[in-house]
Unconditional design. Structure first.
Length: 294
């Protein structure tokens, strides 16, 4: 296993350089052993190293090198409490790449949390009905699944602009209603799942977003997708593939929806962080994320 401490201190130094500020701080009681920045740095380190189990993480850590390490359950609790702080870090990292972008790609991927045979006995992530996992269908895999759907918007350079987690049964078109709050004055490329004349007109009118999708073969005026569309679409498909392979986004050990979405955000932020390190520190291809950073 790659030295966890060395990677942790590299990630901590990068996060520290961003000058992040937590909007809500607690001054009750004695100061914690690890600062908020150190907690999320350790969380991102685990995701970068493909360690998706906290038990495994604490077994790999060289405790003599990180002498202020929290107890495992306390670390897990603090990480959930710092969800907004992690999102702030992701946005700050992504802003380095997205300042002058005017073309984005939107897509979604299924995140299964259990096999169909276990659905009746499943108890996790069911604290509230509106966030409970549901049954959905994945058109690309032509199969049903039980869990959630991750919606992502990324730039043509391959950096996530924004993400959203919904129940599996939510259609991709419903997410387009939220896009106008996140983007404006740009081109947005989607697959056939986002094909809607009404949504195209709505986005164009409200936020000057030009939604481009391929037409169905039976539509009037249908023509083959242009080569640029196919090439650009590969960017977000590659990101989803990296999240599945290196960051193990489909492996879930969370018991609550809050814990589940915290882990998802940590994986995506870790991906963006490695892209940032590649660009700012090493000046290399940002999308080579399975690479040493120390």
């Amino acid at each position: 296993m790659t030295n966890v401490a060395n990677n942790y201190f590299r990630i901590l130094s990068v996060l520290d350089s961003l000058n992040l500020k937590l909007t809500k701080t607690s001054k009750v009681g004695r100061p914690p052993k690890m600062s908020d920045l150190e907690v999320i740095a350790l969380s991102f380190t685990a995701e970068y190293l493909s360690i998706d189990s906290e038990n495994a993480l604490f077994n790999f850590i060289e405790k003599e090198l990180i002498d202020n390490l929290l107890e495992r359950s306390q670390f897990n609790k603090r990480r959930r409490q710092l969800f907004d702080f992690s999102e702030q870090a992701r946005q700050k990292l992504a802003s380095v790449f997205l300042s002058f972008e005017d073309c984005f790609i939107i897509d979604s991927m299924p995140i299964e949390i259990c096999k169909p045979a276990r659905v009746k006995h499943l108890r996790i992530c069911k604290e509230e009905q509106r966030t409970a996992p549901t049954k959905g269908y994945c058109a690309s895999q032509q199969s049903g699944y039980y869990g959630y759907k991750l919606h992502g918007i990324c730039s043509i350079t391959g950096v996530f602009h924004s993400i959203e987690i919904t129940q599996a049964h939510i259609h991709d078109l419903q997410i387009l209603s939220e896009v106008s709050y996140k983007l404006s004055d740009c081109v947005l490329i989607g697959d056939k799942g986002y094909l809607s004349k009404a949504k195209q007109e709505e986005l164009l009118q409200i936020a000057n977003i030009d939604l481009q999708t391929p037409m169905r073969s039976n539509q009037k005026g249908s023509k083959k997708s242009w080569s640029f569309f196919k090439k650009v679409r590969k960017k977000i498909e590659t990101l989803f593939s990296q999240l599945c392979n290196q960051f193990r986004i489909r492996t879930n050990y969370a018991k609550s929806f809050w814990g589940f979405k915290t882990r998802i955000l940590a994986k995506i932020t870790a991906l963006t962080l490695i892209q940032y390190i590649n660009k700012i520190i090493f000046d290399r291809n940002i999308n080579k994320v399975k690479i040493a950073i120390t």
